[in-house]
Write a protein that binds this ligand. Sequence first.
Ligand code: CP
Ligand code: NVA
Length: 306
Amino acid sequence: MKHFISISDLTKKEIEDIFSLTDEVKAKKDRFKEALNGKSLALIFQKPSNRTRVSFEAGMTQLGGHAIYLGPDDIKLGVREAIKDVAKVLSGYVDGIVARTFSHNDVLELAQNAAVPVINGLSDLMHPCQAMADVYTIREKLGGLSGIKLAFVGDGNNVLNSLLQCAVKIGINMSIAAPKGYEPKKEIIKGAMADAAKSGSRVFFTNDPADAAKDAQVLYTDVWTSMGQEKEYKKRLNDFKGFQVNKKLLAFAKKGCLVMHCLPAHRGEEITDEVLDGPNSIVIQEAENRLHVQKAILLKLLDGVK
Ligand code: CP
Ligand code: NVA
């Protein structure tokens, strides 16, 4: 594992190893407090962030290292300077780079030109750190992963793409309800189906949220309008009518079904306050696990495990 760009690059064993290391990191925080002594991580962010930025910065500090935040006005990736120049120059200063970009190709170009590991902190296509924390949280709450029924209701976006890629590597069954025209891209579905055939995961696509939510043990949603799509806001509000995770939809799921959301949520749009703040919701634990899982990823990529 040189970079962390897409879950589809990982084997099932690599995912499981990250989860095992996360267990240790979470249980024995002090054991790793000097693991990344003297190491630095650059965070190149073209979009806003709470969880990703803070969990990487705090994570580096907790591991004995240091993080440098470079916001949209600092590097101006590809505008002030070519992406390959940024990648090569930063490789001489830091031990790793986290990038949050609009275009997925920009993360790929950084990785192709960097001599240090590049971690995808969200692109328009994928959000792999999120999916790792999500599946880790399911494992923590349900005690296992194989054969779990996970339903996603909403947009076929970056969060769903990575969640689907992780689920089919690890043996989770997924049902996905997106409005017509908002399903994941064909190449994502094709890759996921190939991995599902190997792991035995079943994946089911529908345009009916109730159909997807039926008997689900976990019900997941994300915003209808992602960062960078603000101009489509009104159209999307209309197109996603009926795709809200609310009490009525939750009633189709299994009793005690876990409700997940990567956050930030657009309360009252894709999810109601009642469900987000209700007893089934595990969104805060899910958000905390970003920190623990990413610390494990940093330890693996930045040679912090002896
Ligand atoms: N879930 C997530 O990535 O949150 P931020 O956009 O706040 O980093
Ligand atoms: N799909 C959302 C996720 C935010 C964490 C976005 O890209 O804005």
